[in-house]
Structures are given as structure tokens and as C-alpha cells.
Write a protein that binds this ligand. Sequence first.
Ligand SMILES: [Zn+2]
Length: 248
Amino acid sequence: MHPANGFLPHSLMEPFSYFNKPAVLPPQNSNSPNNNISTLSPKKQKIVELSRITDFIFVGNQVAANSGKDLQDAGITRIIRLRSQPTLAVPDCISSVTFCQIEDLPSSNILSCLAQCLEAIRAARLAHESILVHCHAGKSRSPAIVIAFLMLEHLFTLREAYSHVEKCRNGLAMNPSFKRQLGDFEFEISGRRTVRFCPFCGEFDCFCLQSQQFLPPAALPFSLVKMGPHGGRPVDLTKEGAQQWSGG
Ligand SMILES: [Zn+2]
């Protein structure tokens, strides 16, 4: 079955053979100047405005979207704007703006923007132009859309796509509701789930369960071989790790 079946209008579905085409990814090093194009100011160097995710897709914040120089330096000529309001100035170097009205709220359906964004990203690829997907901070809405794109078009798992975007863009802080929606999206398009969500905080790869020291391992709701956040050291809570975890 076509992976996009039921999720997208028929007009947006590509031939199945396309889906095996690998994404062209930049080096996976968040400190690489090729990935993080600009920073806010010397005093706020950790806040990155513009990050390269694939050969032609960038994620950024509102500052990046307003910075004609940064956009020009990165060769970006198209923008997808995920905001609550469309009324914002457009730098001269931008020839196409796609506006998707969405707020960064738990109640927002991030996938409601996907068809429109997919169309704009594919148009950029066909034209051999680079595109910026941006929201206010570039930490939640825009990375969620690019992660969905990588899953749908390049058959990344959610874990792979999230990990890749996280490595390319410092300070990702995605709305947990969007993560759960992406988890459901993964199940819809592939029939499997590559991340498990914590029943306490709704996140994945969290440390909540380790802090629940009063609970015996048997009381926990699912398998507890977990990865630490940001791809850190695996935390095994099922064997020796459980003793340490329960204070035993
Ligand atoms: Zn948690």
C-alpha cells in the first residue's frame, strides 16, 4: 500500500518508487557552519536562526525569515510560514511564500498543514531552489513539518527523522502534542512505532521514569530499555539498572 494512502489528497501522492530515494543530508554536526547558518547575536550565540536540514530544506525562526542577507547567503528563495498571522514583510530575495495558519498549541493539528507544505517543498525541489520552513522560534512547528516530510518522502522512521533534525538544529523544543501526532502519523504510514511516549510527561526519551523511585519495576507500564535524551547513553531499567533505579 502507498505509505501516504489516506493522509494526503490523491493529487499530492508521488509514484511509490520515489519513496526509496534517499534524502541528501548535510553533515550531522550541529556545530558545522554549513548547518547553522547564523546566530542571533554574540551575546546569544546559542540561539540559531537558520539551520540546514537537507540539501535544499532549512528550518529557522522569524528573525531568519526577515533577514534578507542570511536568506541570500544560504541561497533561499522560498518560504513556508507557519504562523498565526500572515501579515509579515517579505525580503526581496524571496519569490514564493506559502502561509499556513497554525499556532503552537497542544490543540493544534500540525498535520493539517502537511499537504500544503509538502506541495511547496516539492515545488522548490522541482525548481532546484532552496526553501526555509519557519515559525516563530523554529523549535516546534517548523521542525515538526520537516520531520513529517522526511518520514513521508524519504521513509525515515520518526526516531531517525527527529534525531537528524535535532542534530542539525540546536535547541529543538517541540510541543509534546506534535510529537504524539507524529507518532500517530508514523503508525498510519508505516504500521509501526519507533518511539514510545512517557505516560507521565508525554515526551519520549525522558528521565521521568527514573525519578519515579517509589514504583517497583513491575508497576511500570512498558518495557524500560530507554535511550537517554538527545541520543545519550542507553539506560537499562530492566536488569541491573532497575536496582540502581529503585535505590536497591
Ligand atoms: Zn516522561
